[in-house]
Design a protein around this ligand. Structure first.
Ligand code: SF4
Length: 355
């Protein structure tokens, strides 16, 4: 006669088997529906027409925190300027930052540049195929490594980013915060469970598109969702759960417009836009701002992470001697400048020319 503990073990393993079978069945059904929808409605994106690891890596770096529509022209131009790891590795930092200008978050450009140099130095120009080797490269985390492994090398690995994370959190009605370690771990597990053994690239692209086109952040289009029958979300719009977001802070930054004999004075940034050229910052005590001399000749507002920054530019006379890190420029065309400062400089130069 079997002991009670043996019987309990047997019945719990039966439950596990049947649960796994049901999950496997649901996964297969999910894949069928998703892929059938993707064949009709998937996006035709330029980086989906290549298996070149370099081109796919460039697209992945650009797509971090930037919309697809913004990325497309930059992606084409970048590949014309730097067609492979070798050309990017040879470029100067100024050339790289200049080509990235307008995409923001310049750390991505610096990391891509550093990754290209490492690929040339340590891998003889061949992008490594192993996920762990990829993750040794600057700026490449789990998501980017999995994306390149899947899209360039057809490895059967899942991807979790904003779109796929949102879809899975809703599909499985995940109540844990997706910013938390357990929440992220569950997302990766769900993604791995749904993944097909073959053609994971198509599956991952389809999941991305479902998130981008149907299971969108604010008003998910559940009525036309191809996987609605399998979705467990009770209140989709309330998912995914996130840790409370940091409040947006207001910042005022004051800079100088200094021109002399048709040239403009710029300063190499040591902080936010490291190594890029900006209008020289004015050293101001914020508590005395109201008594600051004169009116700004230019003002604009731009977002930066969780800040809303007001850029105020004041006309100043040319100094007798310029400070270390400053330089006169006859033209800013080829100079790597962050977009808010380039716009300010261009607009002010134009005004001076028109006078
Ligand atoms: S049914 Fe709605 S919430 Fe569920 S996956 Fe589809 S769009 Fe997203």
């Amino acid at each position: 006669m079997k002991h009670r503990s043996e019987r309990v073990q047997q019945s719990s393993s039966k439950i596990r088997v049947s649960l796994c079978a049901s999950v496997a069945f649901q996964s297969a059904k999910f894949r069928r529906r998703l892929l059938s929808w993707y064949r009709r409605h998937g996006r035709d994106l330029p980086w989906r027409r290549t298996k070149d690891a370099y081109a796919i890596l460039v697209s992945e770096f650009m797509l971090q925190q930037t919309q697809v529509a913004t990325v497309i022209p930059y992606y084409h131009k970048w590949l014309r300027t730097f067609p492979d790891f070798a050309s990017l590795a040879r470029a100067s930092e100024n050339e790289v930052l200049r080509a990235w200008q307008g995409l923001g978050y310049y750390a991505r450009a610096r990391n891509l540049h550093a990754a290209a140099k490492t690929v040339m130095d340590r891998h003889a120009g061949d992008f490594p195929r192993g996920i762990e080797q990829m993750r040794q490269l600057p700026g490449i985390g789990k998501y980017t490594a999995h994306a390149v492994a899947s899209f360039a090398f057809d490895q059967s690995v899942p991807i979790i980013e904003a779109n796929t994370g949102r879809v899975l959190a809703r599909l499985f009605n995940l109540r844990k915060s997706i910013d938390s370690h357990p929440g992220r771990r569950m997302l990766w597990q769900h993604a791995a469970r749904l993944l097909s053994k073959s053609d994971a690239a198509t599956f991952n692209s389809a999941l991305l598109d479902l998130g981008a086109l149907i299971c969108v952040a604010r008003k998910p289009k559940c009525d036309v969702c191809p996987v609605k029958a399998l979705c467990r979300a009770k209140n989709p719009a309330a998912l995914p759960v996130r840790n409370s977001r940091r409040e947006t802070k207001q910042l005022i930054e004051m800079h100088a417009l200094i021109v002399r004999r048709g040239r403009i004075l710029l300063e190499q940034s040591r902080h936010r836009w490291r190594e890029m050229w900006i209008l020289p910052p004015l050293d101001v005590d914020c508590s005395k701002q109201s008594r600051f001399q004169g009116q700004p000749v230019y003002e604009s507002v731009f977002p930066f992470t969780h800040h809303r920054v007001t850029l105020s530019v004041y006309r100043r006379a040319a100094p007798k001697r310029i400070a270390p890190g400053q330089r006169w420029f006859g033209s800013i065309e080829e100079v790597a400048m962050p977009l808010p400062h380039r716009r300010a400089a261009q607009s002010l130069i134009q005004t001076l020319v028109e006078r």
